[in-house]
Ligand binder design. Structure first.
Ligand code: SF4
Length: 439
């Protein structure tokens, strides 16, 4: 039996594609083993969104070679699409797979094995079910709804790696979602490289993101729909009002900001102003009682002056996010920002990210205060966790707050509601637990 070890890097779309590749390999009779073990084939599902991602990709390629010098080492995905097959082959990989070829991974591996006279077609795949070696994983599933991006933000390499937007048909997505519901998943995360562009590549077919959300919410067994990252521009009164009519939709909105300063947003080629962004947040707060607004911010963008950074800090304070993900600007060859004047030293980026990190902790606490006293939170139970020496089951609320309940006979995949009690180790403890979802 040919053994395959997998390592995934990067975004949710990559994680989704990694799951699909694992599934197709298992269906073809390969045996999946942990990356730490000796394997015949090592697959690294790469990412190239930052220098750090590149470094991790190369590290994993070298680690695979170190685990078994005779193994077939495969690099797949964005790092390959940007660096090119030749570069990868000179970096010590045996096979380089572009993003568009990931669906053919089993065939590509079989061919590489055949070239080495290693391939023997097994009769019955003896392997255990798909990648979910973790018995608690059958709760939330990501579904890739579209790929590619047409935005060309000046710092981003992704449109060069993944091409123009391509939306999957709602019927295909629903078919997959029904399978996931039968497998026991209770929450679907609709994701993509640029989810806000869903359906724009096939305007004559009239499949919009809102239609997709409504359709996915109609699937039996699925209790929650969560949305991947959105652009502020998609948040209109009409869109938010329609979302409010979908009870299964989680009031958690990840609206990428990147900078809170208009002159920086312009240099980033982002398509909104801080005023328009604030308007989008106000609309969500008009239709949802306490929506969890989360975001991404890049610090140290080329030419970002102290004044411009201060504007970002005061804008973040004004909005009051539930969670901010802070990234230090990372030069990407081939992007417009890489050719810009005023590249900043890492020390400045570190200092600025520390300022926002401190703000983040305060904002998170402030958000928890916005939850009305006595309001029951709904929790999708996932995995066991020890809190204050006692066994609990943890998971995420509809607002994406990590929370936990005492065991009390519940199991992973159960939906319960409870009242916030206190936080412990950054996990919100719930009390007065009732089974079932929040109606
Ligand atoms: S929207 Fe901008 S940051 Fe996001 S994937 Fe597209 S180009 Fe990159």
């Amino acid at each position: 039996m040919i053994t395959v070890a997998f390592h995934n890097l990067g975004c949710k779309v990559n994680a989704y594609e990694a799951d699909r590749m694992r599934k197709s390999l298992l269906d073809e009779g390969f045996l999946l083993v942990p990356f730490e073990e000796r394997a015949d084939v090592y697959i690294i599902n790469t990412c190239t969104v930052t220098n750090i991602a590149d470094r991790k990709t190369r590290q994993m390629i070298h680690r695979a070679r170190g685990m078994n010098k005779d193994a077939i080492v495969v690099a797949a995905g964005c790092y390959v699409d940007i660096r090119g097959r030749e570069q990868l082959l000179s970096d010590g990989t045996d096979v380089a797979v572009f993003n568009q070829d990931k669906t053919r991974i089993a065939e590509i591996i079989r061919h590489a094995l055949w070239e080495r006279d290693l391939f023997v077609k097994e009769e019955e795949p003896a392997a255990s079910p798909v990648s979910h070696s973790d018995p608690y994983a059958h709760t939330r599933a990501w579904i890739k709804c579209q790929d590619g991006c047409n935005m060309f933000c000046s710092y981003c390499i992704i449109p060069h790696a993944r091409g123009r937007i391509k939306s999957r048909r709602i019927s295909d997505i629903l078919e997959e979602a029904r399978d996931l519901s039968e497998e026991g998943y209770r929450e679907l995360v609709l994701t993509g490289i640029h989810l806000s562009s869903y359906g724009l590549d096939r305007p004559d077919e009239g499949e919009s993101l809102l239609q997709l959300i409504r359709a996915a919410a109609g699937i039996d067994g699925i209790q929650r729909i969560r949305l991947g990252s959105l652009e502020p521009g998609i948040i209109t009164e009409e869109f938010a009002g329609s979302l409010k009519e979908i009870p299964k939709l989680c009031p958690h909105f990840h609206l990428s900001l990147q900078s809170g300063c208009d002159t920086v947003l312009k240099r980033m080629n982002r398509r909104y102003t801080t005023e328009e962004y604030a308007e989008s947040v106000a609309i969500l707060r008009k239709f949802f009682s306490h929506p969890a607004i989360t975001t991404d911010i890049i610090v140290g963008f080329p030419g970002e002056s102290e004044e411009e950074f201060e504007k970002t800090v005061s804008f973040v304070e004004k909005i009051g996010f539930y969670e901010t993900h802070i990234f230090k600007y990372s030069r990407r060859r081939g992007t417009a920002a890489d050719r810009m004047e005023g590249q900043l030293p890492d020390s400045v980026k570190t200092k600025r990210s520390r300022v926002l990190l401190n703000l983040r902790e305060r904002d998170k606490r402030n958000y928890m205060e916005t939850i009305p006293k006595g309001e029951r939170l709904e929790l999708l139970l996932e995995e066991p966790v020890q809190i204050e020496g006692k066994e609990h089951l943890s998971g995420y609320t509809r607002e994406y707050i990590r929370a936990a309940v005492p065991l009390l006979g519940y199991k992973s995949g159960d939906l319960v509601t409870g009242l916030p009690l206190k936080s412990s180790d950054d996990i919100l403890l719930l009390t007065d637990i009732h089974p079932g979802c929040r109606s």
